[in-house]
Design a protein around this ligand. Structure first.
Ligand code: SIN
Ligand code: CO
Length: 414
């Protein structure tokens, strides 16, 4: 096949993930019914949503404690003293030691478990009827009896899955949330749950953003929170404007940033007064920054994809120690298949492919969209696609960066 041409990908159009929900995950509801009735609207309790959790401890507490001791993941320890006064304390990891499991009323919460624990990554794939761009992470918490983070609201959609032990959840609307003053965490005041559910292993509770919820461990238990981010206008605009500021330095043709200069400064009798020449320069920079409508629109989609595919700040990739040559890579891939590293965020729109916060130089043709949606190519797909030199070069460069693995991987959607 000639360089840059699109490989034939006949027979590679997998059925959309949304039409193949994992049986029982949403109880009696189809994905469509769940999205129409509950998503962003009202909670849903599903008994035995993930029944394997009854039989298997997927991430044992000891393993969670090891993660909490590492500085590669974010963790928090929330404890309460005095049941009546409910004095809360919050500490941030890494934790060399945690309180004794025999002590009541504490919980440790560890973020980003989908990136380091296969089981969490696999369970997460069942929720890919929601776009990846909305996904935040899987947090796992361990609590001793009485432990919890108190009644609160999240700005996130969250599926709370009980993995081991039992937890009592109180949930209810919180239309005008007020917070208890003087605490190190945001605890709702004057809020009463309208429903109470006891969750055991495998049970799941979906909580939309802005709903009050309070989970108290009935015994030592672990809870998985599958969280979906909802960017706010403020967050997005501040990121976009930051990006525009960098772009404006490039547009002026200066690779370096400009800096204010005042070689003709006269002595001042009013040192507190903001000097006019400084104000003038700052005004000029703002005036000169305004990009025209066309430039702004041309760069916006690129920015959206870069922003949404950006891994979190503490994420690092591990390039292969002794990388295969490109030729061997293609041979291996054709034999075993390829898979995106768990940490890789790959998204696309009609014109761009985004990988880990970068716009990739290749366009998202059918084969690359398949890779992003499946997060893998089977051996036969790899063999068929990797005759295209342009795609092979890109995929090989992702392999060298540690973004992609040649592996006898099962498809995540299996
Ligand atoms: C927890 O796991 O204790 C808290 C989860 C949540 O409320 O979002
Ligand atoms: Co919450």
């Amino acid at each position: 096949m000639k360089k840059g041409s699109t490989p034939k990908t006949a027979g590679m159009n997998p059925k959309p993930l949304a039409s193949s929900p994992v049986q029982g995950l949403l109880g009696e509801l189809s994905v469509e019914q769940f999205l129409q009735r509950h998503w962003q609207r009202k909670p849903l309790l599903v008994r035995s949503a993930i029944p394997e959790m009854l039989a298997t401890v997927m991430v044992p507490p000891e393993r969670l404690f090891e993660h909490a001791a590492s500085d590669a993941v974010e963790s928090r320890l929330v404890s309460q003293r005095g049941q009546a006064t409910r004095r809360w304390s919050v500490e941030f990891g890494p934790f060399d030691a945690l309180p004794s499991s025999r002590r009541r009323n504490w919980t440790v919460l560890v973020q980003g478990m989908d990136l380091v624990e296969d089981a969490a990554h696999k369970i997460l794939q069942r929720f890919r009827f929601i776009p990846d761009a909305r996904l935040d992470d899987v947090m796992i918490s361990f609590a001793t009896a009485g432990g919890g983070v108190g009644p609160h609201v999240d700005s996130y959609d969250v599926f709370l899955v009980q993995a081991t032990g039992n937890r009592r959840w109180g949930i209810g609307p919180a239309p005008r949330p007020q917070w208890v003053e003087g605490l190190p965490l945001r605890i709702l005041q004057n809020w009463e749950p309208t429903e109470i559910y006891d969750l055991g292993p495998g049970d799941m509770l979906y909580v939309p953003p802005g709903w009050g919820h309070d989970g108290v461990a009935l015994d030592a238990c672990t809870t998985w929170s599958i969280g979906f981010r909802t960017p706010s206008r403020h967050e997005f605009l501040s990121a976009w404007l930051g990006d525009q500021a960098e772009l404006s330095a490039d547009l002026t043709g200066t690779s370096r940033d400009d800096r204010f200069r005042d070689p003709k400064r006269e002595p001042t009798a009013h040192p507190a007064q903001i000097p006019m020449d400084l104000r003038k320069t700052l005004h000029q920079w703002v005036e000169a920054w305004r990009t025209d409508e066309r430039t702004r629109l041309a760069t916006l989609d690129g920015f959206i994809g870069r922003h949404l595919s950006e891994p979190k700040a503490h994420i690092f990739f591990d390039p292969p120690g002794r990388p295969l040559s490109q030729k061997r890579f293609v041979q291996f891939a054709s034999r075993h298949g390829v898979a995106l590293d768990r940490r890789t965020r790959m998204l696309y729109d009609e014109r761009h492919l985004f990988v880990n916060g970068e716009v990739d130089p290749v366009k998202p043709d059918r084969a690359l969209r398949l890779l992003a949606d499946q997060r893998a190519w089977t051996p036969s797909q790899s063999a068929r696609i990797l005759v295209n030199e342009l795609i092979t070069e890109r995929v090989y460069s992702w392999y060298l960066a540690g973004w992609m693995l040649v592996t006898p991987a099962q498809l995540d959607t299996d």
